[in-house]
Each structure stands twice: as structure tokens, then as C-alpha cells.
Unconditional design. Sequence first.
Length: 622
Amino acid sequence: MSNIKEKLFTEFTAPTTQEWLDKIEVDLKGADFQKRLVWRTNEGFNVQPFYRREDLKDLKAVDSLPGEFPYVRGNKKDNNLWFVRQDIVVSDAKAANAKALDILNKGVDSLGFRIKGKEVSKELIETLLDGILPQYVELNFKTCQRHSVELAQLLVEYFKEKNYPLAELKGSIDFDPIGKILCKGKDTSAVLAEAKPLIEALKELPGYRCIAVNSVQLNNAGAYIYQELGYALAWGAEYLQQLTEAGVSACDAAKRIKFNMGVSENYFMEIAKFRAARMLWAQIVRQFVGDEALKCTCSQMHVCAYTSEYNQTLFDSYVNLLRSQTETMSAALANVDSIVVTPFDKPYEQPSEFAERIARNQQLLLKEEAHFDKLVDVSGGSYTIEHLTDAIAREGWKLFLAVEEAGGFLCEALKGSITNAVNASNDKRHAAAATRREFILGTNQFPNFTEKSEGKEPVASACCCGADAAEEPALPRLNKERLASEFETLRLKTEKAPKQPIAFMLTIGNLAMRQARAQFSCNFLAAAGYKVMDNLGFKTVEEGVDAALEAKADIVVICSSDDEYAEYAIPAFKYLDGRAMFVVAGAPACSEDLKAAGIENFIHVKSNQLETLRAYNAKLGI
């Protein structure tokens, strides 16, 4: 059999990279290879359309093994198990306990409890954890930073009273004063003094991590992938430095740090981000611990991945399921330790029971039916992902070094530099969405023409600590305005108008061009909530205008070919005679002649969709 295989393979000559490029050049028929096939990422590097084994020859990480330093291929050697986590806001301890027990029977094996600081007490812990066996469940807690030590002491006391095996318990307390600086815009660095007492309070719970790096905040504020990576590393390094200076051993400090990271829709890049993060964090810990890091698990990065809120939408909200599903797949394939899937309805309401059930099942399907938990480092050896891992690691490392050279993450956070940089990225992404250079399916691209909000209103983005948004901060704070928010505001405003504007497609001339431009225009204008009316075509512009007026159109969009606009556009505009807004679909060569005739509205692929639609609303009196 082996001889047959060898014989089959010898019949084919492996093409060289140059031969592939030569073939691609022929297929492109003169088109620019760099513009058509090379992807320039937001992270600052190019991604080629194909990779070969030779592209990986200088990558050292390719030779590493799963479960071994620097953990680029994951922390585990024989499986890819992760915790299915769901978070619960504790407004009533008994109700939260009932909900926890219910979802534990529905596939969840990791619970996150958010508790108000003033309500932390022995009675609350006893009620909240009644009937929950912590040796079988990961338990995670978040409360006011100044009550974290008290919470830790109460947990240890409770577990000891119940005779639970303390060494086997796994969980976390979310203590992150630096995150509060970014989120609240206030200097909370004095609370860092609580870090060492917190670790000491948990000394009998070696499986509990209590120092959190919440870079998910950056993700939900629109940070680029390399920014979340670089800043998360600097954030963690800052905590290592603070703890070691406070007298905590570097190894013990590293074992107490947990990374809560976001995961966005960029499928392969997110897989690469988590792989790169583990690799770089292991190297950072090694600088503190020394070569002991090569043998000790202290250099392992432990990550809880949260699917992004930034790209979720209010309209066509079931598309959020597609977004979060691919995000969950990225995180699972990247070997993270736990995952929280954000319910699809979070942009406009307190997540419903149905939405939470779907969110749980999204993970369970990957485990029970796709068997993602069975295979270690599925992406290992993929030429593309190995290249992306290296490239994103380089960009993240550059940012990490820049922060270190500027004085460290805390220093930069207090100067507002981190917040300003992330907010600037958010602004760029909103600008890209406005011009459709960044697509939001169901919002600025392929909106649902007939959908109504049915009373849905966007939920204001709240600070992770529930800070009053009206309270004036001393420092800049993260802007967590979702990418779709401006389009949603526009569409909701249109919905509340006395009359829904009607946009009528006056299709005429070349069949292919009029259909293509009508489809483009319908998608473009429906994003504002206009009722769009497409048509098969008209023999004359007069016939088309008459049909538009009969349909009570507020906007008439002429859709034809560039050459034919010189013939049709001006007569149509004059015949319409101001009885509706007149729009030309495209940017024809005769645009200046059309403008000279009084035509002022054009929509095309280079238009700023958001600003154009705002201007149309203003003209329509909305």
C-alpha cells in the first residue's frame, strides 16, 4: 500500500510559489495583485491570498507542542475542554441561586455572580451558593473593588464550613482597579493596595484567580485586535510588577492573574490573537520568574473569552447569533479556558430566558455535536493561521513595548493615553461603517426592508461598575457606543416620523446596470428605514415619474448606465419638477453636466451613507 501511495505522489510535480503567482497573474487578466488579493489588515500587516510550508520555516513557535512552554498551542495536552459560563446579576440572592441551579442542569458548568458591594455578607453567600457543589463547578464573582477582600474571606470561610476540598476548587474574583480607571474615568489606583491582602485571603484556594485583566472592555469599545492584545499584555505585566513590588512572589502573582478578553467577528485573526497572547504572556512571566517558568504552570495564560457586544445590532438582531457563533468557534478553536456567549438581544433589553438558552446552546452544540472539545490545537500547522499568529504577535508586542517605554500601563491609563487610543479606533471604525468600508450585516448592508423596531430602544452602554454616565469624570473614559448605533438612531428617528418616506426606483435603459443600481440603491436607502420600491423597468422617464408620483414617492432614484444618464437624467429631473427628491444612482462621467442642470443628489459606493441619509432626512423634515 505504501508503494502505491508513493507512486501516486510521484506522478505530480509540486508547483513552486512563483508558478502559483504566474497562474494568478494570468487569471487576474492584468488586474493589480496587491489591490485585488492582498488584504491589508487594521493591525498594520498584509495577508497574502495563499501560504506554503516555506513561509513558516523561520517560525520557532511551529515546533512547540500543546501543553508546553510557551503554550502557543494551548495549555492542555490531551483535550480542548473549556467551561461553559453564564453570568448572573444578583439582585436577590434566593432568585439568583434558583437560576444558577436551573442552568447548571442545562449544560452550564461555570457561573459568574455579580454582587453589589454593600450586600456582601455571610448570609448572602450561604443563600447564593446553597445546593451548588463548587468542586464540580467553576465559580466566578464580581463586586465592588473595596469589598473584594471581604468577599474572599467569606468564601473561604463558607467552603471550610462545608468541608469542601479547597485545593480542588476553581474560580475567580474580579479585582481590577486599573480597569475602573479606563471605565469610570477616575483614579482608583489607591485600591491596588488591596491586591496583596486579597491574594493572602485566598491562599487556601490555590485554584482561585483574583487579579483580572478585563481587556474585553477594550474590545467592546471598538479596539483593534492588536490593541487588545498589546494592552492586555501590558495590563497583566503592570499587575505582575505591582504585586512583586508588594512582596508577592512572581510565580504566585502570575498564578492569580486571569484574562477576560473579547472576541470579535474576525474569525482567523481572533484564533491567532489568543495563540499569540499565550505565547507572549509566557515570555513576560519568564522575565519575572526566570527559567522556572519553563517547568512551572505559572506562565500559562488563563483566558475567559466573551463574544463581542460592539458589533451587535438592534435591527435584524438574529444576525447577532451568526456573529456570536463564529466568535465562539474562534475562541474554542484557540483553546481558551472558558467562554461567555453574549445573548443576541442584549443591545435592547435585559436578556430574555430564550436568548440566554440559545447562548448556552451555541457552546453546547460545539461541544456535543461538533466535538470541538476533543481536539487539541486544531489550527496548529495551518500555514495561514501560523502566519497570522506570528504577525499579530509582532504587532501586539510592539504596542506592549511602547507602553512599557512610556512608563507602564498604569501610568498610561492615568494619562488617558490608553483610553484616547482606543476611542480613536472606535471613531475610525464608525467612520468606516458610515462609508460602508466596514459592513454591518442587516444595518448598513442588506437591511431588512420591512422590519420595524416594535418598541425596541437601545440600552445605554453602562460602565462595568455601573458608574453614573452623567457624572463628570476626571479622566477620559472608554466610549462603548456600538458600531451600529448611529444607523440605529437614524432608523428609529425615521420610524417615528408621521409618514414613512417612500423611495421609488425609476429603472430604465441597460437591463444589467439598472438592476444592479436599483439593488444597490434599495439597500442604501432602506438602511434609514425608508420604504423602497423596485421596478422591472420603464420605457420612458415620463412613464417612470408618473408611476412614482402615483405611488406617492418622496424620493425618485433613477437607475441606469453611466452612458445613458446623459440621455435620461435631466429629462426625468425636469419632468419631476420638484414634486419629489431626485437622486441619481452612480457617479457618471456626465455628473458635472447633471449638476449644472440642478441635480444635486448622487449615491454610489464612495458615498458616506450615514451622512447622506441624515441629509435626506433633514430635507424630508424628519
